[in-house]
Design a protein around this ligand. Structure first.
Ligand code: 13P
Ligand code: SF4
Length: 328
């Protein structure tokens, strides 16, 4: 185990050993899962091959609900760090592991806890609502957490005359502010994936596919949300494509969701919305894509890297997440 710890310290994950190269990793994962009473939770943005072997695939809200109610001893969180951290905050007695510790989130990183604390101090008597894409330390400074599926409901649960700080996503914050007609003090953060979709590229795709419906995640900037026929969380977008009679959809979120969309509607077409840089696959979240079958196997085998949170912070971060779950 010593060498493995060193490897995690250096790389953030455990590499596959030469002797393991010929294993059928899917079978091995199944075996280990049963032996260890582990559950695999995966987000819609991870590679389709991982979604297919997960016990549960969902959006941030559904995944946190699953993490809170599971009877498994080990939660393998195939997503990004803040999601695994949320699972640990909700289930402190369970071992929560993440295949690669480098799987961070640019949006969570855009809100350092010390600066957020200062921001809150500068706006006294405000209710602090934070998006789930934040570190445990930021959640510990928060009154109520929200996700993209319940942000509207959470804001509406706060009395109209109460001032609100919303962080860290300015696009989601401004979108909800427009929907509810409420002024909020909004932290100036953004996700590098959703912020970089090309409006011109999407309009061009719509010209080529005039019957296609444009659908977007609320982390996208205003011009993209405004031209979209539907705006919602990953699971809301998936449900929309299943229920709507259109045959083609231009999808302005991380293209990993298209795996589930295609599964539910094999006869429909899904066009990933182009990013600003046509040369790269910029609309992919490189953090989500750090999760691989190999790392999932080694993580489950060695039960590392493990999510560890300071108990004081965990207790403080638990309250706003619990408030969100009670309101959802
Ligand atoms: P959802 O809550 O819609 O799953 O979104 C999570 C996320 O990270 C979006 O970028
Ligand atoms: Fe974070 Fe953006 Fe990746 Fe979602 S898509 S996990 S917000 S970096």
């Amino acid at each position: 185990m010593k060498t493995i710890n060193k490897q995690i310290l250096k790389n953030g994950f455990i590499a596959l050993d030469k002797s393991e190269k010929n294993l059928n990793l899917i079978n091995e994962i199944e075996k280990l899962k049963k032996e260890k009473n582990a559950v695999i939770l995966a987000h819609y943005y991870v590679d389709g091959s991982i979604q297919d072997i997960a016990d549960f695939v969902g959006d941030s809200l559904a995944l946190s609900q699953k993490a809170a109610e599971t009877t498994a001893d080990i939660i393998v969180f195939v997503g990004v760090h803040f999601m695994a951290e949320t699972a640990k905050i909700l289930s402190p007695d369970k071992k929560v592991i993440l295949p690669d510790l480098n799987a961070g989130c640019s949006l969570a990183d855009s809100c350092p806890d010390k600066e957020f604390e200062e921001f809150i101090k500068n706006h006294p008597n405000h209710t602090v609502i934070s998006y789930v894409n934040t570190s445990a330390k930021v959640k510990a400074l928060t009154d109520i957490v929200c996700t993209s599926s319940n942000a509207l409901k959470i804001i509406e649960s706060v009395p109209k005359d109460q001032n609100i700080i919303f962080g860290p996503d300015r696009n989601l914050g401004n979108y909800i502010s427009r929907l509810t007609d409420r002024k909020m003090v909004i932290w100036d953060g953004a996700c590098h994936v959703h912020n970089e979709f090309s409006l011109e590229g999407i309009i061009e795709q719509k010209k080529l596919n005039p019957d296609a419906k444009i659908i977007a995640h609320p982390e996208c900037p205003k011009p993209i949300v405004t031209i979209s026929e539907f705006v919602g969380s990953t699971s809301a977008l998936i449900n929309y494509t299943k229920k709507n009679e259109a045959k083609t959809f231009i999808v302005a979120t991380e293209p990993g969701v298209i795996h589930e969309m295609k599964k539910l509607s094999p006869d429909k077409f899904f066009i990933p919305a182009p990013g600003e840089d046509a040369e790269c696959a910029c609309s992919e979240c490189e953090f989500m894509k750090l999760n691989t079958i190999e790392k999932l196997y080694t993580c489950l085998k060695y039960e590392q890297p493990e999510i560890v949170i300071d108990e004081e912070i965990r207790k403080k971060a638990y309250k706003p997440i619990k408030r969100m779950l009670d309101l959802s």
